[in-house]
Design a protein around this ligand. Structure first.
Ligand code: SAH
Ligand code: SF4
Length: 371
């Protein structure tokens, strides 16, 4: 009978050891393979990439395992060189986006959790394409590895296209040649694919592998209340970002249709529980749309909503998408919004720089543009 090959990137280190034991191979070989996968960033199971594994182990891997990774369909750099965006093709030809960002001296991989998204936020290119499918843990891990390989190649070759210097310090310094930060803010709703995402995070955090710290992984959710409560219960080591966009139930539901399923008051109760249980601050994301949610009154409403909660607001000027006629907030309005949060509510906030806009670096936009 034909059995599906096991994709090694979907196994935790423990599972890899169990698999090797099942095959009757000593665990030292599993340990070697693990370090080839996550320290050497091997992208094939050839004798060249696995030189220290015996032939019988390599033959078994060739017959029953795979390292199948998404392939680059398109890679685009923003004109300022701070953002590189990959459109990756999965084995069934679905396409997802992964973005490498170099802001404020940090290198961050922005990765996808689903192909498409079922949540239907009106301004979002991924929402506009509907839900296609969940990604597997291997497909989520492979995106981080894709970025990690790019960084390593860039530092080895000092390729100016891949290591465009940030001013200052240069992006080719050792600190930026390793992947340290991952945000689940690409395509899809990560809490709608909870098990696969958490499994992938366990692999990314493994101290004998990519070793991403808990402080270095941020998951952004549209507000899937049961998922937020589960994260709190399981005390998952990550940062949580919640996409708010409005402090008014009706206004929010017009932008984020799932707000009808998980209303604002239930969402805020879940956020409070999360912060109380974990002691963590939540980032609240707010896509700024001119004339919709960027007035001083809107700023005061979010200030009141978040009063007493450990919070930071991340303001994201809208990236225009084809199926939504909203326009981005003007910089003065974003600044005024920020000042109200700071002065009237002592609420910290950031405005996301719109770098990468020229390569349609908004969520899901490259996949749409390439269709
Ligand atoms: N599904 C999750 C994570 C992916 S979207 C979520 O919704 O949180 C990541 C962030 O990008 C969200 O805050 C989302 O609202 C925002 N976003 C999506 N499309 C955008 C656009 N066209 N312009 C600006 N922000 C956008
Ligand atoms: Fe899905 Fe997030 Fe886009 Fe909403 S903003 S449609 S939840 S990816």
């Amino acid at each position: 009978m034909h059995t599906a090959r096991v994709n090694l990137h979907g196994l935790t280190r423990e599972q890899l050891h169990v698999q090797f034991a099942r095959w009757g191979f000593p665990s030292v070989h599993a340990a070697r393979l693990w370090s080839h996968l996550y320290l050497d960033l091997a992208d094939s199971l050839s004798s060249a990439t696995l030189p220290d594994l015996p032939v019988r182990v390599r033959d078994r891997l060739a017959a029953e395992a795979t390292l199948e990774s998404p392939r680059t369909a398109l890679a685009t750099d923003s004109s300022d060189g701070f953002t590189r965006k990959y459109l990756l093709r999965l084995s069934d030809d679905e396409r997802i986006e992964t973005v490498l960002m170099r802001f404020t001296g940090r290198v961050t991989a922005c990765i996808s959790s689903q192909a498409g998204c079922a949540m239907g936020c009106v301004f979002c290119a991924t929402g506009q394409m509907g839900f296609l499918r969940d990604l597997t843990p291997a497909e989520i891990v492979a995106q981080a590895l894709h970025v990690a390989r790019t960084l390593r190649r860039a530092s080895e070759a000092a390729d100016p296209a891949e290591a465009r210097p940030e001013s200052p310090p240069p992006a080719t310094t050792a600190s930026s040649s390793r992947l340290r930060n991952v945000v689940l803010m690409g395509m899809g709703e990560p809490l709608h694919n909870y098990d696969a995402v958490m499994h992938a995070i366990d692999i990314l955090r493994d101290p004998a592998g990519l070793a991403l710290g808990a402080e270095r992984i941020t998951l952004s959710t549209v507000g899937v209340v049961p998922g937020i409560l589960r994260l709190a219960r399981e005390r998952r080591p990550l940062h949580l970002a919640v996409s708010l966009h409005s402090a008014d139930s009706a206004e929010r539901a017009a932008l984020v249709p799932v707000a009808k399923k998980w209303p604002l008051d239930e969402l805020m109760a879940a956020c409070r529980t999360y912060s109380e249980t974990t002691g963590r601050r939540i980032f609240y994301e707010w896509t700024l749309i001119e004339g919709k949610n960027d007035s001083p009154e809107h700023a005061r409403a979010v200030g009141r909503l978040l009063r007493g909660l450990p919070a930071q607001v991340n303001l994201i000027p809208l990236n225009p998408t084809t199926q939504y006629d909203g326009v981005p907030t003007r910089p003065e309005a974003a600044k005024r919004f920020q000042q109200i949060l700071a002065h009237e509510f002592s609420l910290p906030s950031t405005v996301r720089q719109r770098r990468g806009l020229d390569i349609a670096a908004g969520c899901g936009q490259l996949a749409v543009a390439a269709t």
